[in-house]
Write a new protein. Structure first.
Length: 396
């Protein structure tokens, strides 16, 4: 087993994860999703939710729960959000009453797909359902709900705000979640910006063509620990949060900034009390876009320097697609499972890495085994909204 490095104290109070939940194209539930990732199973399929004839791209990473191919129904994002929160709350022993627990949700588009269906097809959808708080009050009695839209880093931004509530002492426990679903308008927008329509998402590959969207939700229960890595009431701990650093470099509407990403990584390390050589696993953002992969890899090289070839690295969007606002939290859950189990899921479909990533220890094609203590989780969004978290394996 990898010995624990001697680490400085995190800038955060002792915060521990006690519940995890996930839904994605490759499975329902954290264990099923993680097993699928370790097996290299992809959720990629022909586009199901709407007429493909109007688009150049023909594939996506959708959750296959629609009534029939080519048809759609409202409320799917809310359904997955509730399922992920149910799983996380159950694992944390919270039961079904969240009336005293703040719930923070990161999303890119909320229930925009439901609004599309109502506007165009006259689907039965109450526009009050655009705000997730409506359903969360009905299902869990949750009265302190907050929804944030910070593009692809939204769920890690929500995690950072949850940390603030815990650090300020206004809550002892928070539920943090992220969710997004495929929308026709967003699919069409991305379909037009790619020079060549992508047929698969291949992070860090020289021949990558761009991003394909995925669907999913993720949720965690985060609470104050007792500085021993344990929850005060003896609830099982799934890992410790050492830091979440966010910034907004405002460099460009869509193009990422290498320096802004590097600063987010450095900030996460600084607040976690760690050095690059302490990081054993990096969950890369890895969208498969021409600019993002180069900028992210170059920024990692800048920060890690001669240590850039030391940590294992992976990018799960190669199997889940880009799950947008929920992607950062989904990667964080995968990181916690990897630290817990010693199994690292691979990047699939990576044939020849780009120059910027050529020296990285990318886990390719099949899972590997290792026992890292610390993992870094990347999430970067349009407009330069960057978020990086550092998590630690639970003490046993």
């Amino acid at each position: 087993m990898t010995p624990r490095p001697a680490l400085a104290e995190s800038a955060l109070p002792d915060l521990v994860f006690t519940g995890l939940g996930a839904v994605a194209s490759i499975g329902t539930g954290v264990d099923e999703v993680f097993e699928a990732l370790c097996a290299g199973r992809s959720g990629r399929a022909e586009l199901r939710g709407f007429d493909r004839s109007g688009f150049r791209a023909q594939h996506a990473y959708e959750i296959d729960d629609r009534p029939a191919p080519g048809t759609d129904e409202p409320g799917r994002a809310t359904r997955w959000l509730i399922a992920a929160i149910e799983e996380a709350a159950r694992g944390a022993g919270l039961g079904e009453d969240l009336s005293d627990v703040p719930v923070l949700i990161g999303t890119g588009l909320r229930e925009l797909r439901s609004a599309e269906l109502r506007w165009r097809d006259g689907a039965d959808f109450d526009m009050a359902g655009l705000h997730f708080g409506t359903a969360l009050r009905e299902r869990f009695g949750a009265v302190r709900t907050h929804t944030f839209s910070n593009a692809c880093s939204a769920s890690l931004y929500a995690l950072a705000l949850g940390c603030d509530l815990l650090a300020a002492g206004t809550a002892d426990t928070v539920v943090v979640a992220g969710v997004d679903t495929l929308t026709e308008s967003m699919y069409g927008l991305l379909d037009r910006v790619h020079m060549e329509a992508p047929d698969v998402l291949r992070p860090f590959d020289r021949d990558r063509k761009g991003v394909l969207m995925g669907e999913g939700a993720a949720a965690v229960v985060l609470r104050r620990g007792d500085r021993t890595g344990s929850a005060p009431d003896g609830t099982a701990v799934r890992g410790r949060l050492r830091s979440v650093h966010v910034n907004c470099d405002g460099y460009h509407v869509t193009a990422p900034d290498r320096d802004g990403i590097a600063e987010a990584v450095r900030g996460a390390h600084r607040e976690a009390g760690v050095k690059p050589q302490d990081i054993g696993l990096v969950m890369l953002h890895g969208t498969g876009t021409l600019l993002n992969d180069e900028a992210e890899a170059a920024a990692i090289g800048d920060v890690f320097g001669p240590e850039a070839g030391t940590p294992l690295m992976t990018a799960v969007k190669s199997m889940t697609g880009h799950t947008s606002g929920g992607s950062g939290l989904l990667s964080l859950i995968v990181a916690l499972k990897a630290l817990e189990s010693g199994r690292i899921p691979p990047v699939i479909g990576l044939r020849e890495p780009i120059d910027e990533a050529a020296g990285f220890r990318l886990v390719r094609d099949r899972e590997t085994t290792a026992r890292p203590v610390l993992a870094q989780v990347d999430a970067f969004g349009f407009g330069g909204v960057n978020a990086v978290a550092v998590v630690e394996r639970a003490a046993r």
